[in-house]
Write a protein that binds this ligand. Structure first.
Ligand SMILES: [Zn+2]
Length: 107
């Protein structure tokens, strides 16, 4: 930490998050991931977990609202084919399907 004008915007136990959800708000440091390797080892990410997740899922999916609109199709397929077969035919891994479910439950 290099004072209040330091590069990581740490203030007490909070850190400024530059992610799309926080837009510069100060977030509890425990909500951040820390680099495990490399030049920034031990330093927090510039974005909190929520914003990192938002970015990660945003890259592979164009909105959860769209998914919920077609969710009945998934449910129908799963009830007819089973989860493994549905994943195989759609071309996603069962883990991916699992992630979608988990994220839904969090919201
Ligand atoms: Zn954030």
């Amino acid at each position: 930490m290099r004072g209040r004008n330091g590069p990581y915007y740490i203030r007490g136990n909070t850190k400024r998050c530059t992610g799309p959800l926080c837009e510069g708000k100060y977030v509890d440091l425990r909500r951040f991931w820390f680099f495990k390797n490399g030049r920034r080892k031990g330093k927090p990410f510039s974005r909190c977990m929520d914003c990192e997740n938002f970015r990660k899922f945003g890259d592979t999916n164009h909105g959860w609202i769209e998914f919920s609109k077609v969710k009945f199709v998934f449910d129908e397929l799963v009830s007819r084919l089973g989860k493994m077969e549905t994943c195989r035919r759609i071309g996603v891994s069962p883990n991916y399907f699992q992630d979608v479910r988990k994220t839904e439950e969090l919201e």
